[in-house]
Ligand binder design. Sequence first.
Ligand code: ZN
Length: 160
Amino acid sequence: MNPTAYPDQTWSFTSTIRNQSIRMKRLIERNLKFSNRYAVTSISITGINSDWYCCDNCNRQIANKATVRTTTGDQYVIGLDCLKTLAQAGVLDKSNYLQSQDDIANAQLVASLIGFANDGGTVEKDFMYVTVTKGHKTKQCFSHLVSQYAPMFFERITQN
Ligand SMILES: [Zn+2]
């Protein structure tokens, strides 16, 4: 009998328990089950309150939406936080709209910028950046990200 078999098994058992407890604390499974896989088919960031919608995953009101589709063709509209949860759970497939978790972080950055603009910030745009200033606070995003995730907002500030 291999003398190291027992200690190894003990270690992996302990480690599995530890990982599960971290998972349960951080990732909460709601309406969209982690047993499915999801692909993002569109991301819409408007930051406009009248456009609010109820998240299909957590039932909370959301201003910014991601549409996801399961492999069986069911479609859901969820908020960016819930999209992040699905990504962390490892059940999001790569798609045109989502290559990595960085893409979700970028979408959240753009959402935060637009929220700041809607809150009375002054918007400036140049070749590289969209900058929003209000009082002493400044938020900045790459122009190409704003154009990618919030094309309507980008068009509006380009016309001004
Ligand atoms: Zn949600």
